[in-house]
Design a protein around this ligand. Structure first.
Ligand code: PSV
Ligand code: MN
Length: 388
């Protein structure tokens, strides 16, 4: 096993970003269930995110989503976050909820709609300037439902044109993270369906264009850790949108459906140097808590990422390399599994206590009375949710 104090040092440096939309009401196309105490404003979402950081100590940033988190004064929003002990992280764009985007946003056959979509993306870079954000996260729902519906190649040209315009606008310390998704809401063809397509667009543009791996956006059975290893090797892994899935893009809590996959991913991250701050890999959550309490759901998810990371850090790398070089198939696998099967909860509890935190973040959060307080306070107004 690796040196425990080195593992602890590495875990102390970990930063996991939570998404503002995870604190609002969410659901499926069938029903959005309203929960008690849900934030009504971007400020209240930040307040909730600050609780996750308060009890885990490793979630210092919160991603925003425009226009769901639209405010008149973004500098004031950033100041609010600072006051609560967190910062604004990635700015997420939204070119999927306007009627105009029925046939696509930046790939729409209508140039006026393409211009509108691009204007939104550029506006989001203005917001990044105001809140001091490094990352613009681009997810496009663009695609087609029927063969022959539009010219696939022309849509790639339009995508490339929009991405180049956004790239041009980025400041020296800014970058965009380009997401891909196999399907949904488009059911025949998605304009950025896989990592290879995102990678090809990013490669053409330069170092400020990076690929983001949303763990829910692949075909079942896809070897996501291979994608991670490859992108890291190419210097093109911008970050993760963590969540877990049983079937499609389920947006369930990361590490809930397949903790072993999360461990395998974190192993490739550690192996490829992606855990080092200078590589700039952003560890973000992109989840919806449809039926479970939201702040607790985020805390649980952060802990799941920590546990997978701790296990990955515990892999005896020297012994693994030696077994691999010797062609010792079972020996290498045993070293790998040994780390996975280690119960890292005591180590993480100890680490939290060393940093002045309660060893059990969920218990501490529950005992804090925060939930009861916001349930009482957040009366009236419009609870945040999809489209709000
Ligand atoms: C839609 O699939 C999605 O989950 C994308 O992954 C984005 O990152 C997220 O919504 C927020 O726009
Ligand atoms: Mn995502």
């Amino acid at each position: 096993m690796s040196d425990t104090s080195a593992v602890k040092d590495a875990l102390r440096r970990q930063q996991i970003e939570t998404p503002s939309w995870a604190y609002g009401n969410s659901g499926t196309r069938f029903k959005v269930f309203a929960q008690q105490g849900v934030p009504r404003t971007p400020q209240e979402k930040i307040d909730d995110a600050a609780q996750v950081h308060r009890f885990t100590g490793v979630a210092p940033t919160v991603a925003v989503h425009i226009p769901w988190d639209k405010v008149d004064d973004y500098a004031a929003l950033a100041a609010h976050a600072k006051e609560k002990g967190v910062r604004i992280g990635a700015v997420n764009t939204n070119v999927f909820q306007d009627d105009d985007y029925m046939l696509g946003s930046v790939t729409n056959p209508d140039p006026a709609i393409r211009r509108k979509a691009l204007a939104h993306l550029l506006e989001c870079v203005d917001i990044m300037d105001e809140v001091g954000s490094r990352d613009l996260k681009l997810w496009f729902s663009d695609g087609t439902n029927y063969p022959g519906q539009d010219d696939v190649r022309a849509r790639q040209d339009r995508m490339a044109e929009a991405l180049a315009a956004v790239y041009e606008r980025l400041g020296d310390d800014q970058r965009f993270l380009l997401e891909y998704k196999l399907f949904e809401p488009a059911f025949y063809m998605t304009d950025l369906p896989d990592w290879g397509t995102s990678y090809a667009h990013c490669l053409k543009l330069g170092p400020k264009a990076q690929v983001v791996v949303d763990t829910g956006h692949h075909a079942p059975g896809t070897n996501i850790e291979f994608i991670v290893a490859f992108l890291l090797r190419e210097g093109k892994l911008g970050g993760f949108d963590f969540n877990s899935r049983f079937y499609a893009d389920d947006d369930l809590m990361v590490g809930a459906a397949d903790p072993f996959q999360l461990f395998r991913i974190m192993h490739e991250v550690v192996r490829g140097g992606g855990y080092e701050a200078e590589t700039g890999v952003a560890f973000m959550l992109d989840q919806c808590h449809n039926i479970e309490p939201k702040i607790q759901g985020q805390i649980r998810s952060v802990m799941n990422v920590q546990e997978a990371t701790a296990k990955a850090l515990l892999i005896d790398r020297d012994a693994l390399s030696a077994a691999q070089a010797a062609g010792d198939v079972l020996g290498a696998n045993a070293i790998f599994m040994d780390a996975y099967n280690t119960d890292v909860r005591p180590l993480l509890a100890e680490l939290r206590e060393e940093t002045g935190l309660h060893p059990d973040p969920i218990a501490a959060y529950k005992a804090s009375g925060y939930f009861e307080r916001v349930v009482a306070e957040r009366q009236g107004g419009q609870a945040a949710g999809w489209g709000a």
